[in-house]
Design a protein around this ligand. Structure first.
Ligand SMILES: Nc1ncnc2c1ncn2[C@@H]1O[C@H](COP(=O)(O)OP(=O)(O)OP(=O)(O)O)[C@@H](O)[C@H]1O
Ligand SMILES: [Mg+2]
Length: 314
């Protein structure tokens, strides 16, 4: 549905997007994850035809974003980072206005607006002036304008920013629902949001794509580098601790507590190589200790994000 090839965007000497390529299939909900200034919004603005890339190409539903930007815009619903709402219009008039510029046939306008009001929970504010709305309601109006022409593709730049926790859940549910038969790209800083709504995530840092995959797949790639908790008996605590700390695959050892039955608990941070649990098991056997417990703490998407955006590779 979306094909992005070697996109780059420079603003003067600032490299906002650097050689980014990816594909999105129909019905996929793809998340852009990255720290501030990573290039998420810039990539979205290129895909929606608002700014041209410096280099590279992209096709949306078969249309080239540069050669056929009008067709691209027709197929896309876009919620920009700063929704350009007409502040002095009432919500209902604004939606009528958008329906008109989106070429919705007059006979269908009323029904489409009613549907958006319902889907986005705007019943209470249809008669209010947009200026007077809270941030969360303005965001809902932004979503309504993005979806009013029933586009195949939705590009949502931080759709849940500024919403309260209840609204966040509602909007996430809504996006999941929409994602069943539409293609969605959304950006966010909120990690649980990605796991909950997106089938696949692209991690972007300093303009480059540094990892991609299903949220759980990315987390899995990091297991074994993470942290293992063990309980060992068979030698004094200090002896075990010294030997663990000296092992080449161990980065740090923290002694937790010892119990009356001679069981010593430790938390161990591995070095970069995988299979920490297995190596600890072998070390225990070689040292004639009893490894009574071993618990590998699964890496979370948050660990993955923090490590990657600090310069480690997956
Ligand atoms: N119109 C512009 N002119 C100059 N520089 C820009 C412009 N738009 C974006 N940039 C720069 O490009 C880089 C990427 O910005 P972008 O807005 O795409 O980041 P982002 O990932 O959306 O960040 P955030 O999470 O803060 O929204 C930043 O360094 C930003 O300052
Ligand atoms: Mg942004």
């Amino acid at each position: 549905m979306i094909e992005v090839r070697h996109l780059s965007k420079n603003f003067g000497s600032t490299v906002a997007v650097k050689d980014v390529s990816f594909d999105v299939s129909r019905g996929e909900v793809l998340g852009f994850l990255g720290p501030n200034g990573a290039g998420k919004s810039t990539t979205m603005r290129i895909l929606t035809g608002y700014i041209p890339p410096t280099e590279g190409t992209a096709r949306v539903a078969g249309h080239d974003i540069l050669e056929d930007s009008l067709s691209v815009r027709r197929r896309i619903g876009y919620l920009p980072e700063w929704a350009p709402l007409y502040g002095d219009m009432e919500v209902i008039d604004f939606l009528r206005f958008i329906a008109d510029i989106r070429d919705i046939p007059p006979g269908e306008t009323r029904e489409r607006i009613a549907r958006m009001v319902k889907v986005c929970g705007l019943e209470k504010v249809v008669g209010r002036v947009i200026h007077h709305l809270s941030r969360g309601y303005r965001q809902r109006v932004g979503l309504a304008q993005a979806m009013i022409h029933d586009p195949d593709i939705l590009i949502l730049d931080e759709p849940t920013s500024g919403l309260d926790p209840n609204q966040i859940i509602e909007i996430r549910e809504l996006i999941k629902e929409i994602g069943r038969d539409k293609t969605v790209i959304l950006s966010t800083h909120i990690l649980p949001e990605v796991s909950q709504t997106c089938g696949r995530v692209l991690i972007i840092n300093e303009g480059s794509l540094i990892a991609s995959g299903a949220p759980e797949e990315l987390a899995r790639r990091f297991e074994g580098r993470g942290i293992v908790q063990i309980a060992v008996r068979g030698a004094p605590r200090e002896t075990i601790e010294t030997k663990l700390a000296a092992a080449p695959f161990v980065d740090a050892v923290r002694s937790l507590h010892s119990t009356g039955d001679g069981l010593h608990h430790f938390t161990i941070q591995g070095t970069e190589t995988g299979g920490l649990g297995e190596k600890l098991f072998r070390l225990a056997v070689e040292s004639s200790w009893t490894l009574a417990e071993l618990h590998v703490e699964a890496a979370t998407l948050e660990d993955v994000f923090r490590r990657l955006t600090r310069g480690e590779n997956a």
